[in-house]
Every structure is written in structure tokens, then in C-alpha cells.
Ligand binder design. Structure first.
Ligand code: PMP
Length: 440
């Protein structure tokens, strides 16, 4: 039974392996936007942002199986699929300057590599990150993961090369309600100057030297803050500031990128900026471990000058073929366009729900990258964290998988497979309406 399975996990993983729900369903198989449990019950998956083309897509399974039968090895050999996938990624990149690809196995690895490239290329160490961010669990990606919920250890043990600046949360930040990025930009520059001067004084350096940075990293839409869209012009201003300090701009597109926004393939396109380095993963392999860094040739070449890059499985024939199959399915099934249509429908219906239920403080995000922020009071914005957890449990009983997110755990994370249908979106809304109306 599911309960026994949960006990088993507890024994072998201690409490180290996080899991959804107090009493989680035992899942046997996935199909499109659904998860089928051992008891035969079907759950609508509104949260799984990895299986972008849907669970267990037959074209992906077939491609992986066929390639596995034929050949799997590492990228020191020559085989077509590696260059095929890399060329496809370059063609999809938000700007022709981003013409070089390095393949890895996960989002954390992609972020680590992006940070390393920036430090090598600039010869500097300082990386500026935003508060409330999640960028991964490896030592470097973890150092820029600044969410108090996810990472109190990293916050307490932050290495001296990480500088953290407040996130421009237009719902609950200092400039609440501001649509334009101007106020936040002034904030960004002032905070960074002050932090760098303090650091320089501590290290006994001249402030001028210390103004330099290696990189700035953020998600182009603040995923971990609940899907909060950045104020208009914010990234353009921040990127200009960072470049004036000699730094590179890293866009962590692991969660937001790859068609999920509908209107745009990449998150940076929503802000109209071109980064120097992109990290991508999750949807890329649809569950097959696959990630990439996309950057400029001269930046990637610093690896050859200053070090070495090799990943035993990154860019393997099987991984490459998986990546190609995912892109083929996305194109053939029009999934980015579907994310735009169904995401727009969801936002409309969620906005209607917000007019009816005061618990819904805001609907954040774009496309199928949404956050429904629950508050006890629309003026004080007191986070409704206990309510969010209880609503998720009740939704599961009704057959919908949705989860809390954000530092305050008061945002319903809505990031379903991109093949979500209007019918499924409506089912989710109807169930949420019922729970909010009848209680949880
Ligand atoms: N960056 C972002 C924005 C993410 O959301 C995640 C995963 N939640 C990561 C990096 C790390 O990716 P992975 O879990 O594949 O290591």
C-alpha cells in the first residue's frame, strides 16, 4: 500500500528525501497530463514542470529505447545526435550571439557550469543573486540559492563570492504595486554598491576594484517567489548595470524556459533582453536527465584556456536523441502555442475565482508558469500557508495534484505539462472553486 511505501522510504532515506503530501498516492504510471495510482485512480498533474510534453510520451520512449539498443557512449566520440541537438538549441536561442552549447545532465550542473564560465571569462569571482531564488542543490548552484525555505544552511554559510540583492517582488516588495522597473533599479544599484563597499572594506581592497563582478544570475520570472513577473524594464537595467561592472548576465531558464510561457520560448524574451549565458534543463529531456548551457563562443572557449570540461553522460547519444525527440514533439504538437492558449484560459478563470474568493491575493505568471498566491488579508498580505497546504491535500482527494511554493509556502504552484487541455484546466478550476467554497 501507499502507506507502507512511505514507511519504506522513511527507513532508507531518513527524512532527507522530501516528498509531496502527508499520505501520498502511490503512482504506477503517467500518461499525458495524468498520473495513475496503483488503486486505479487518475490524478490530474498540475505541478510537474519536467514532463513538458506529457508523461511517458511514446515518441520519446521509443527514441530512447532505439538509441540505447544501438549505441550509448560519451561526447569524446563523434556521433551525429550531439551536433544535431546542439544546432537545434542554437537555432532556438533568443539571439544569434548565443551560438555555443555545452551539454550536461541537470539544471544544477548547468547553473554550476554557467557560474564557472562567468568567473573564468571575467577573471572575477563575485556573483550577484536575488533573494528568494532557487538555482539548484550542487555546491555552487546551492550558494546562489537564497530562499530561506529551501536553504537555511546555504544562507548561513554563504561563500564570500556570493552577493545577495532583494528581489523586485511587485506584489510584496518595497515598491509594492509599481509596474515600472525604475524604483527597483535604483534599489538594485544602491544595494549592490553598499554591499560591495562593505565587502571591499572587509577585505582591505580599494572600492573601485571591488565594484567589478563576474556575473549576475536570476530567473527571468521569479519562480521561487511564486511566479512573480519582473517589472517592465527591470532586467534591461540590471543587465546594463552588471555589464558596466564588467560582469556577465546569466539567465536561469531551467524552469521558465523552453516554451512554457507560451508567448515566448525563453523567459528573457518576456523582458526583451539578451543574456550572455543561459542555463536550461528540466523540459529538455522530459524526465531523461539532460541540461545545457548556451553561450557565446568566446565565453565557452575560456574552458579550454583555463580548465577542462567533460561530463561522462552529458550529451551522450541517448541524451541527445532524447533532447531531439522532445523538440520534435513540441513542434509537431504545437505545445508552446497550447501553453499560450490554455495558460491564457487559466489566468482568466483564476482571475474570476479571485473576484469570488478573497483568499486569492494574486495570480502571478504567464502561460503555464503560474502561481496563485493565497493571503489571509489583502491589505497586510499575511501569507495563508496552512490554508495552502490543506487546500493541496483536499485537491488531491478530488484528483488534482497541485503543490505549495515560495519562501512563504502560500502560493499554489501551477506548472502542468504543456499538453494540458482546456477540459483539464477547467476541471482544475472547478475543483479549486469547490474547495474554496465548501472549505478544506
Ligand atoms: N534552476 C531552477 C530555476 C530550478 O527550478 C531548478 C530545479 N527546480 C534548478 C535550477 C535545478 O535543476 P535540477 O533539479 O535539474 O538540478
Amino acid at each position: 500500500s501507499a502507506e507502507r511505501e512511505a514507511d519504506r522510504r522513511e527507513r532508507v532515506f531518513a527524512a532527507a528525501q522530501e516528498r509531496y503530501y502527508e499520505n501520498p498516492p502511490q503512482i504506477e504510471r503517467g500518461w499525458q497530463q495524468f498520473l495513475v495510482a496503483t488503486d486505479g485512480r487518475c490524478h490530474l498533474d498540475m505541478v510537474n514542470n519536467v514532463s513538458a510534453i506529457g508523461h511517458s510520451h511514446p515518441r520519446l520512449s521509443r527514441a530512447i529505447f532505439d538509441q540505447m539498443q544501438l549505441l550509448n557512449t560519451n561526447s569524446r566520440f563523434l556521433y551525429r545526435a550531439l551536433a544535431d541537438l546542439s544546432e537545434r538549441l542554437v537555432a532556438l536561442a533568443p539571439d544569434p550571439s548565443l551560438d555555443t552549447v555545452l551539454l550536461v545532465n541537470s539544471g544544477s550542473e548547468a547553473v554550476d557550469l554557467a557560474l564557472r564560465l562567468a568567473q573564468m571569462h571575467t577573471g572575477r569571482r563575485t556573483v550577484v543573486a536575488l533573494r528568494e531564488a532557487y538555482h539548484g542543490w550542487t555546491m555552487a548552484s546551492d550558494a546562489v540559492t537564497t530562499s530561506a525555505y529551501d536553504n537555511p544552511f546555504a544562507l548561513a554559510n554563504r561563500p564570500d563570492w556570493v552577493t545577495v540583492v532583494d528581489a523586485p517582488n511587485s506584489y510584496r516588495g518595497r515598491h509594492r504595486g509599481a509596474q515600472a522597473g525604475a524604483e527597483y533599479l535604483v534599489d538594485f544599484t544602491q544595494q549592490l554598491n553598499a554591499l560591495q563597499e562593505t565587502d571591499a572594506a572587509q577585505r582591505g581592497e580599494l572600492p573601485d576594484d571591488a565594484q567589478g563582478v563576474a556575473a549576475f544570475i536570476c530567473e527571468p520570472i521569479l519562480g521561487n517567489a511564486g511566479g512573480v513577473v519582473l517589472p517592465v524594464g527591470y532586467l534591461a537595467g540590471v543587465y546594463a548595470d552588471i555589464r558596466a561592472r564588467g560582469g556577465l548576465c546569466i539567465a536561469d531558464e531551467v524552469q521558465v524556459g523552453y516554451g512554457r510561457l507560451g508567448e515566448h520560448f525563453w523567459g528573457v524574451q518576456q523582458q526583451g533582453v539578451v543574456p550572455d549565458i543561459i542555463s536550461v534543463a528540466k523540459a529538455m529531456g522530459n524526465g531523461y536527465p539532460l541540461g545545457a548551457v548556451i553561450t557565446r563562443r568566446e565565453i565557452a572557449e575560456s574552458l579550454a584556456r583555463e580548465g577542462n570540461f567533460f561530463s561522462s553522460a552529458g550529451g551522450s547519444p541517448v541524451g541527445s536523441v532524447a533532447g531531439l525527440a522532445v523538440l520534435d514533439v513540441m513542434r509537431d504538437e504545437g505545445l508552446q502555442e497550447n501553453a499560450r492558449l490554455v495558460g491564457g484560459h487559466l489566468v482568466q478563470r483564476l482571475t474570476e475565482l479571485a473576484a469570488k474568493h478573497p483568499l486569492i491575493g494574486a495570480v502571478h505568471g504567464l502561460g503555464l508558469y503560474l502561481g496563485v498566491e493565497l493571503v489571509r488579508d489583502r491589505v497586510t498580505l499575511e501569507p495563508a500557508a496552512a490554508e495552502t497546504a490543506a487546500i493541496c491535500e483536499r485537491m488531491r482527494e478530488l484528483g488534482v495534484v497541485v503543490q505549495p511554493t515560495s519562501e512563504r509556502q502560500n502560493v499554489l504552484k501551477v506548472k502542468p505539462p504543456l499538453c494540458l487541455t482546456i477540459e483539464s484546466a477547467d476541471f482544475f478550476i472547478d475543483m479549486l472553486d469547490e474547495v474554496l467554497t465548501r472549505g478544506w
